[in-house]
Design a protein around this ligand. Structure first.
Ligand SMILES: Cc1cc2nc3c(=O)[nH]c(=O)nc-3n(C[C@H](O)[C@H](O)[C@H](O)COP(=O)(O)OP(=O)(O)OC[C@H]3O[C@@H](n4cnc5c(N)ncnc54)[C@H](O)[C@@H]3O)c2cc1C
Length: 429
C-alpha cells in the first residue's frame, strides 16, 4: 500500500472531529492517525458507498469514506427495491428480462444478471442491518413496511462508524491520483482553509451519485431536461473527477424520468391514485390504464406546463395533498382549459376534485462513468486497476430507463460486490 505521512495535524483534527461519532480513538496516538492512507477510499455515503465501506471494513480493510454533511434525510425507500422471488414464481417472467425490456435493449446483460442473482440476498442483508422490513408489492417490487420507524441510511452510517470506517467530511475533492502503472492511488482534496492534501489507497470507489442537483451541469449537458428538484444532494463531483482524469464517460444526457407534481417546495414525485385522470393536450387519459413510464412518455411529447392530474373526489378514500376544486368548472377555469368532454362527464356541480400540474422530471442519471463487468472504470476502453464506480456515478448499465426500485437495489448489490473486490485487491499489494 502506498503510505505517506503529513505534518497536517490541524487538518486531521478538523477532518476527524467534524463528523459525529468520529475522532481520535482511545489508545491511538496522533502518529497513527495522521497519515491519510487506507486500503480503500470510498467517495459518497449513499446506500452504495455505505454498503461497500461496511463490506470492506468487515473483511479487515482500513476504509476512508468521504461524505457530505448533513446526511440525506429523504424517504428514499418509498419506491422500494427489487426482489425476483414472488413475481417469477407467479409467472411474471424473469427480473432479468423485465430489466432488459425497461432499458429497451440498451442496458448491459451482465448488470441485469447480477441484479437478478443478488437482489434477494442484498435485501435480506439490508433488513438484518437496519431492521427495514420489505413486503411484496406489484411485480418485482418490494415495498418498505416500517419506514416510519427506520432510517436505513442513518443506520448504515452509524454502523459503519462503529465498525471503524473513518469519515472525512467538509472537504472539496480535487483530483483522482494514479500510480505509475495508471492504477488508482487515491484522491487529492482541499480542506476548508483551502490547503491541498492527499489521501492514498490502492482502491477507490466513486459512489457520489449523478448530477441532477447540479443546475450548471444540467444546463450544459442537457438543456432540454428538467431535473427533479428533490435531488439536490447529487451534484456529480465524481463525474467531474473522472472527466478531468480522462476516464471514459457514456450517455451523459440520458435520464430516467418520473412523474412529478408542483409543491410549495418545488417539484416532488407523485404516484397518482388509480382513479386519477391525466389531462394532457386536450386528451383525458385514465392513469389506471397505463404504466407510469407510458404516462411519462405521453408528457414528454407535449409542451411543458400542459399536463394536469385530476382526481374526481366521489370515490377517494384519502384526499391527496393537491389543490381542491368544487366542481369541474372551477378546475377548468383555474387551468384555463375548455374541455367539453370533462364538463359532460362530470355534470354534478357538487363533485369535488383534486388537481395539480404534472410534468416528467429527470429522476435518475442513466449516463456516467463507463465501467466493465467487475465495476472497474474504463479509460480508452481498458479497465483501470483499483478504480470503481457504482450507482448513478456509473453510466450505461440500465439502458434507456431504470425500473422503479432498481436504483437502490443496484446500489446495494454493487456496493457489496465492490467492497469485496477492493479487499481482494489488497492481496496484490
Ligand atoms: C426522494 C427520493 C426517493 C427515492 N426512492 C427510491 C426508492 O424507493 N427506490 C429506489 O430504487 N430508488 C429510489 N430513489 C433513487 C435512489 O435513491 C438513487 O438512485 C440512489 O440512491 C443512487 O445511489 P447512489 O449511491 O448512486 O447515489 P446517492 O444515493 O445519491 O448517494 C450519493 C452520496 O454521495 C454524497 N456525495 C455527493 N457528492 C459528494 C462529495 N463530493 N464528497 C462526498 N460525498 C458526496 C451525497 O451526499 C450522497 O449521500 C429515490 C431518490 C430520491 C431522491
Amino acid at each position: 500500500m502506498l503510505r505517506r505521512r503529513f505534518g497536517g495535524l490541524l487538518l486531521a483534527a478538523f477532518v476527524l472531529f467534524s463528523v459525529p461519532g468520529c475522532g481520535f480513538e482511545p489508545g491511538l496516538g496522533e502518529e497513527q492517525v495522521l497519515p491519510l492512507s487506507a486500503d480503500l477510499i470510498v467517495i459518497g455515503d449513499g446506500v452504495g458507498g455505505l454498503t461497500a465501506s461496511l463490506e470492506a471494513v468487515r473483511q479487515g480493510a482500513a476504509v476512508l469514506l468521504f461524505v457530505e454533511e448533513p446526511l440525506a434525510e429523504g424517504r428514499f425507500w418509498e419506491e422500494g427495491a427489487l426482489h425476483p422471488k414472488e413475481a417469477e414464481a407467479a409467472g411474471a417472467g424473469t427480473l432479468q428480462e423485465a430489466l432488459a425490456a425497461c432499458g429497451r435493449g440498451r442496458g448491459k446483460g451482465w448488470h441485469y444478471e447480477l441484479l437478478s442473482q443478488n437482489a434477494a440476498g442484498a435485501l435480506a442483508w439490508l433488513s438484518r442491518e437496519t431492521g427495514l422490513q420489505m413486503l411484496p408489492g406489484e411485480g418485482f417490487r418490494y415495498l418498505p413496511d416500517n419506514l416510519f420507524s427506520v432510517h436505513p441510511h442513518r443506520c448504515l452510517r452509524e454502523t459503519a462508524v462503529q465498525e471503524g470506517v473513518r469519515l472525512i467530511a467538509g472537504v472539496e475533492l480535487k483530483e483522482l491520483l494514479f500510480g505509475a502503472g495508471g492504477e488508482a492511488a487515491g484522491v487529492s482534496f482541499c480542506d476548508p482553509a483551502g490547503q491541498l492534501n492527499e489521501a492514498y489507497a490502492p482502491a477507490v470507489i466513486l459512489a457520489d451519485g449523478g448530477f441532477l442537483g447540479n443546475p450548471a451541469k444540467m444546463a450544459e449537458l442537457a438543456p432540454e431536461v428538467t431535473a427533479a428538484s428533490w435531488r439536490e444532494e447529487s451534484r456529480g463531483g465524481g463525474l467531474e473527477l473522472a472527466r478531468a482524469a480522462g476516464l471514459d464517460l457514456v450517455d451523459e444526457s440520458l435520464f430516467s424520468y418520473a412523474l412529478a407534481r408542483e409543491t410549495e417546495a418545488g417539484w416532488a414525485p407523485v404516484e397518482p391514485p388509480p382513479e386519477t385522470l391525466l389531462i394532457i393536450d386536450g386528451q383525458i387519459v385514465p392513469c389506471s390504464s397505463y404504466r407510469e413510464s407510458d404516462l411519462v412518455e405521453l408528457l414528454r411529447g407535449t409542451p411543458p406546463g400542459s399536463g394536469y392530474l385530476l382526481l374526481p373526489g366521489d370515490r377517494v378514500e384519502e384526499a391527496p395533498d393537491w389543490i381542491r376544486y368544487s366542481g369541474i368548472v372551477s378546475f377548468l377555469e383555474d387551468v384555463q382549459l375548455d374541455l367539453p368532454e370533462l364538463r359532460r362527464r362530470f355534470r354534478n356541480p357538487e363533485t369535488v376534485f383534486w388537481g395539480c400540474p404534472v410534468k416528467p422530471a429527470a429522476a435518475y442519471c442513466l449516463g456516467g462513468i463507463a465501467v466493465e463487468e467487475a465495476g472497474r472504470v474504463l479509460r480508452d476502453g481498458k479497465a483501470v486497476g483499483g478504480l470503481y464506480a457504482l450507482g448513478e456515478t456509473a453510466g450505461g448499465l440500465n439502458g434507456e430507463a431504470v425500473m422503479p426500485g432498481a436504483a437502490l437495489t443496484e446500489a446495494l448489490v454493487w456496493g457489496r460486490l465492490l467492497g469485496a473486490a477492493a479487499v481482494d485487491r489488497l492481496s496484490d499489494h
